[in-house]
Design a protein around this ligand. Structure first.
Ligand SMILES: CC(=O)SCCNC(=O)CCNC(=O)[C@H](O)C(C)(C)COP(=O)(O)OP(=O)(O)OC[C@H]1O[C@@H](n2cnc3c(N)ncnc32)[C@H](O)[C@@H]1OP(=O)(O)O
Length: 496
């Protein structure tokens, strides 16, 4: 039964235990592992590595597509295995180790990791560990619920370990579209002009002699922890849907809006859920992570096609999707993250990008990553790949956090991931600010009037007016610009 999944019979001799596969990983190595937004990560070998490291300490540089599920980042951190980690994570234990300076974390645009490797600016993996549903007759690897960076990791690595996960349905085969761009500067345009174009192969093409170990596993991806929309996220969705309606009426957007991208998290998922009750049909997604909302929209007949690089679902919907893959087969494709997030494609397709901010300032600079400018939350992920190149770049957030102790709109963003130049629309439950074509002083008025919570609006207006008296194209009171963050750190609240 298991060996049937290894269709290249020459590789049958490579089957081994996860513990044996760990022997290929040595202290100081760079390891490239599958996994994107807690989907499709290799599961058994990293777990065995964490166990092994408790007796024989070792450190590795770990690169993935994005975040890992099944508490793997936690286990590897606790075992002291991680020297460096890139390019994204969402784990509490790892987050603490990063913020304590114990793990060096490189927070990177998700489309860039393998491009930098290709240009020898980043080290190539010594070993790649890739979760698969099968190995083909040619010895090529069929990924599972994410493609992420798996294809390039396997192509660049000296040695490849494959984890065949028997729990994933073989029907996943055919869902993937693996396209690897050629080397610069002689690269030709990426031949993708529609969201549903297929431009590559359904498996990762590697020389099978590089496969040094095959481990069988039987463990599911972690379920998404996305929560149901609440009153605030419902309002955010309502403001955005009304904005889209206005854009269509004004002839600035087609009636199906054009391809949509939505980031991770509760808020972005809730915004997409808001489209369920809208009049829009014939929607499409060109995104990275496909969450519950994607499949709810397909089931409701609203969404015709979704292109992504991973699928992460909550327990509510997981079985319904993966037990009925045939129903979705002609509506889905999973690509390498380099392709799902590629600036060339984001610009060409005219994507509407919807990502979540931690905070933004009165001029529209967005902080997606650093609490109070210093402590890493998750990482920039793909938000920058999309925001800079999108047709319309939208950032959403609740106007306050932590029961009102934090205003998400501040005088000056304490860390900037997306500059004012990359941000078109800001939405909170209070309303929507349309920043297109506005100068900084006009942007400030639009943001303060539409996005700020009533408890902070007067304070921000006062700051802005006093800053204007001092002058400047982008007026600020430098000695006060971070006073809200200092107050939060010292007194537990931004309130004066
Ligand atoms: C893999 C990918 O790249 S997908 C593509 C897009 N990627 C990105 O945008 C990456 C950056 N974005 C993110 O990491 C997330 O979207 C976040 C963290 C910004 C928001 O996450 P969401 O789950 O949507 O929002 P939510 O409102 O639940 O906030 C998450 C936490 O941040 C806290 N928070 C929100 N705003 C602030 C703030 N200004 N200061 C401090 N904490 C804040 C919330 O209170 C909440 O804390 P809790 O977990 O203790 O309850």
């Amino acid at each position: 039964m298991e060996l049937k999944r290894i269709r290249n019979s020459g590789l049958h001799t490579k089957v081994m235990s996860a513990e044996q596969a760990c022997d290929f990983i040595e202290d100081g190595m760079t390891v490239g592992m599958s996994g994107f937004t807690r989907a499709g990560e290799a599961k058994a070998v990293p777990k065995a590595l964490a166990e092994k490291a408790k007796l024989n300490p070792l450190k590795i540089n770990l690169m993935t597509g994005a975040s890992l599920g099944n508490d793997l980042d936690k286990l590897l951190t606790e075992a002291g295995v991680l020297a460096r980690r890139m390019p994204f994570q969402v784990d509490n234990t790892l987050r603490k180790a990063i913020n304590d300076g114990k793990v060096m974390f490189i927070d990177q645009h998700l489309s860039e990791t393998v491009e930098m490797m290709r240009n020898k600016q980043l080290e190539m993996p010594d070993v790649a560990i890739i979760e698969a549903v099968a190995i083909t007759e040619e010895g090529h690897i069929v990924p599972t619920t994410s493609v992420g960076n798996s294809a390039s990791f396997a192509i660049f690595a000296k040695k490849v370990i494959v984890e065949i996960n028997m729990l994933h349905k073989p029907e996943l085969e055919g869902l993937h579209d693996i396209y690897i761009p050629s080397y610069r500067p002689t690269r030709t345009p990426i031949p993708l002009v529609k969201v549903d174009d297929r431009i590559g192969s359904t498996a990762i093409p590697i020389d099978p002699s590089k496969i040094v170990g095959i481990v069988f596993t039987n463990q599911s991806d972690s379920f998404s922890t996305v929560t149901d929309p609440d009153e605030e996220t419902g309002m955010i969705a309502k403001h955005l849907v009304e904005f889209f309606e206005g854009e269509v009426e004004a002839g600035r957007l087609p009636s199906n809006l054009g391809p949509l991208q939505a980031g991770i998290g509760n808020i972005a998922n809730a915004v997409m859920m808001g489209l369920l009750d809208s009049k829009f049909t014939g929607l499409s997604m060109y995104s990275e992570v496909l969450q519950d909302s994607t499949f709810d929209l397909i089931d409701a007949g609203k969404l015709d096609f979704a292109s992504g690089c991973s699928i992460i679902l909550s327990e509510r919907i997981n079985a319904q999707v993966f037990d009925n893959l045939d129903k979705y087969r002609d509506k889905l494709v999973l690509r390498p993250q380099e392709m799902s997030n590629h600036p060339e494609l984001v610009r060409r397709l005219g994507i509407i990008a919807i990502n979540t901010a931690l905070e933004f300032d009165i001029y529209g600079n967005v902080n997606s990553t650093h609490v109070c400018g210093t402590k890493m939350m998750n990482g920039i992920g793909g938000s920058g790949d999309f925001a800079r190149n999108a047709n319309i770049s939208v950032f959403v957030t609740k106007s306050i956090a932590k029961n009102g102790a934090i205003s998400s709109v501040v005088p000056m963003a304490s860390h900037v991931d997306h500059t004012e130049h990359d941000v078109d629309i800001l939405v909170t439950e209070q309303g929507l600010a349309d920043l297109r074509g506005l100068a900084p002083r006009e942007r400030a008025i639009e943001i303060i009037n539409n996005c700020v919570h009533s408890e902070y609006r007067g304070l921000l207006l006062d700051y802005f007016e006093r800053a204007c008296e001092r002058g400047g194209h982008t007026p600020h009171l430098l000695e006060e610009a971070f006073s809200w963050h200092s107050r939060l750190e010292q007194q537990g609240s931004m309130k004066a």
